[in-house]
Design a protein around this ligand. Structure first.
Ligand code: GDP
Length: 434
């Protein structure tokens, strides 16, 4: 999807506008303990046109002076976005900081739209002409808190979206390595590409800020590795900030069928690893846990089991994700990785016929009776699969409130035991039968 970035100095109303546009689309499908959504990135839609929205104001640059921060946020927008919205405020008029941001935005060829916020009533509209002097085209009056003018703004934004190029080859499986800095993501990409036949693309400019490399394995399977870290300008201050790497991970996850969460065997599990993994889980993508630098660990015959146990404990919600121990340096087990990715991708797209599904469901209920609450027993009438990627099931019941977490987990596990869903989250939705 195209990316829209919101920039502007503090207090112009960026996050209000972000929340307005993102609205209910910021949805968390399954609770992930320990993961709080950083609201800097959201999926949105305007008249059927999907896009991703970034609030650059939420990106933490560190202890830089205020002006440096907003300049860097503007640079991130230039790097990451297809369309940039510069928010200014009619209350304060044009400030020095606004002008500084505008000057950075002059340097990009990307479309920039000036939105003048806090135009809460029509009488104020005449004043927006001042903002022509920013030199970035027609200013557009909006009111984030009143929800005025957002439709016009989005229409203008969508107008600039790049035309869709030819759909990429559906045969290929897109995957990415995500993880905190230095776990070995780039090394893994290089190692895998070194082992396989890289397909040289003749479609130019299909990707802008990510290096997508299609390759083919010996047995003719096609993959594309998405490496958003690859062409970042090394050494920029924001490069290593945590929120920025989260943003990068979110974008990679977005575009992947299967996400490989990379852990560093040498340093063990850190808080940031859990965060990154949580995002992949929430996005509903296929997940494989890759423990890299296995060569650097002193091992005995228990080491792997111990490490696995620790992972299961720290990432309880990822109990469905296979774990593989590899080394980018020695290439250990890298040849197994593509098979695993393929399998997880297939599982993501698995469809279960309703008849078979209901056999499993009724069997499960017979073996473990449904819970009761205040003398009322949960009744499950029927289940059906409504979606893939991830497989999503609706079960029709007498009262969805009675589907407690533990029973839901039981049913989910029964599905997993009956079908191969390794590596994919399963979504289960209880609906009241009308
Ligand atoms: P990224 O930031 O996640 O992309 O990490 P890099 O790929 O840049 O790797 C970070 C560091 O870890 C580099 O010094 C690599 O040489 C090293 N490294 C990567 N993979 C391995 C591995 O499998 N074993 C060992 N011993 N070192 C590795």
């Amino acid at each position: 999807d195209p990316v829209v970035a919101i920039v502007g100095r503090p207090n112009v109303g960026k996050s209000t506008i972000f929340n307005r546009i993102a609205g209910e689309r910021i949805s968390i499908v399954e609770d992930t303990p320990g993961v709080t959504r950083d609201r800097i990135y959201a999926h949105s839609e305007w008249l059927g046109q999907r896009f991703s929205l970034i609030d650059t104001g939420g990106i933490d640059i560190g202890d830089e002076p205020f002006v440096t921060q907003i300049q860097e946020q503007a640079e991130i927008a230039i790097d990451e976005a297809d369309v940039i919205i510069l928010i200014v405020s009619i209350k304060e008029g044009i400030t020095d900081a606004d002008e500084k941001v505008a000057r950075i935005l002059y340097q990009t060829d990307k479309p920039v739209i000036v939105a003048v916020n806090k135009v809460d009533n029509p009488e104020m509209r005449a004043e927006i002409y001042d903002f022509y002097s920013l030199g970035l085209g027609d200013p557009l009056p909006i009111s984030g808190s009143h929800g005025i003018g957002l439709g016009d703004l989005l229409e203008k934004v969508c107008h600039y979206f790049p035309q869709k190029t030819v759909e990429s080859d559906s045969e290929t499986i897109n995957f990415s390595f995500i993880g905190r800095p230095n776990v070995g993501k780039s090394s893994l990409v290089n190692a895998i590409l070194g082992e396989n036949r890289v397909i040289v693309s003749n479609i130019e400019g299909t990707t802008r800020d990510a290096i997508d490399t299609p390759f083919e394995t010996d047995n003719g399977e096609q993959f594309t590795v998405i490496d958003t870290a690859g062409i970042r300008k090394r050494g920029k201050v924001y490069e290593n900030t945590e929120k920025y790497s989260v943003l990068r991970a979110l974008r990679a996850i977005d575009r992947s069928d299967v996400v490989l969460v990379v852990l560093d065997a040498a340093t063990g599990i850190r808080e940031q690893d859990k965060k990154v993994a949580g995002y992949a889980h929430e996005a509903g993508r296929g997940i494989i846990i890759v423990v890299n630098k296995w060569d650097a660990v002193k091992k005995d015959s228990y080491t792997m089991t111990e490490f696995e146990k620790m992972i299961r404990q720290e990432f309880q919600y990822l109990d469905y994700a296979p774990i593989i121990f590899v080394s980018a340096t020695t290439k250990q087990r890298l040849n197994q990785l593509s098979k695993l990715i393929k399998r997880v991708s297939e599982n993501q797209q698995r469809r279960i016929k309703s008849a078979v599904l209901n056999d499993v469901l009724m069997d499960a209920i017979a073996r473990n009776p449904t819970p009761t609450e205040n003398g009322k027993r949960l009744k499950v009438y029927y289940g059906t699969q409504v979606a893939i990627k991830p497989p999503t099931f609706v079960i029709f019941v007498n009262d969805p409130e009675l589907v407690h977490f533990s029973y839901e987990r039981y049913l989910r596990n029964q599905f997993r035991e009956s079908f191969d869903f390794q590596g994919t989250p399963l979504h289960l939705i209880a609906r009241k039968r009308k």
